[in-house]
Design a protein. Structure first.
Length: 164
């Protein structure tokens, strides 16, 4: 809230250079802000009495937006990359998939390994679970199993994350 939008009877006022001006009526505070050719901005509405500050509102909004943008820059988004395999995968293909998983993990992403079953492969689901266990064992030095292998419809999947 700014200027005339502030309807509180009393406010705690902070001056333009940050010094406390004390508790006063919102009209007086608004008058002081107008004399300084600045805006009266409510910065802590939940306090008793609410805290208002004499500042340039446009500049204040710009600073808030800049801080928000800075905070967003520093955030790291973690993606989940998926690697799909079939139960009758050959060892060389498995090594290729493992190298891809290592690359994803080194970039800081999580890896979802999915073992897909089709047709008659569905009869041997539990015997193929060892493929996922071997995969996790091979990557044990750089990855940790975040979500254990679980049967989901026609596939078994697990999630690996980078070791901290």
């Amino acid at each position: 809230m700014i200027n005339e939008q502030i309807r509180d009877k009393e406010v705690r006022l902070i001056g333009e250079d940050g010094e406390q001006l004390g508790v006063m009526s919102s009209r007086e505070a608004l008058k002081l802000a107008q004399e300084a050719d600045l805006d009266l901005v409510k910065i802590a509405p939940t306090a008793k009495p609410p805290v208002c500050k004499i500042i340039d509102y446009g500049k204040y909004r710009y600073e808030l937006a800049r801080k928000e943008k800075e905070a967003k820059k520093k955030q790291k988004t973690v993606e989940v990359k998926e690697i799909r395999m079939s139960p009758n995968i050959e060892s060389n293909d498995l090594n290729t998939k493992m190298n891809a998983a290592k690359k994803f993990l080194s970039k800081g992403d999580k890896v979802k390994i999915t073992l897909r079953f089709r047709g008659r492969e569905m009869a041997h689901m539990q015997t193929s679970k060892h493929i996922l266990d071997d995969f996790a064992e091979q990557l044990a030095e750089i990855a940790v199993v975040e979500k254990a292998p679980k049967l989901e419809g026609r596939s078994i999947s697990m999630v690996l994350a980078e070791k901290k």
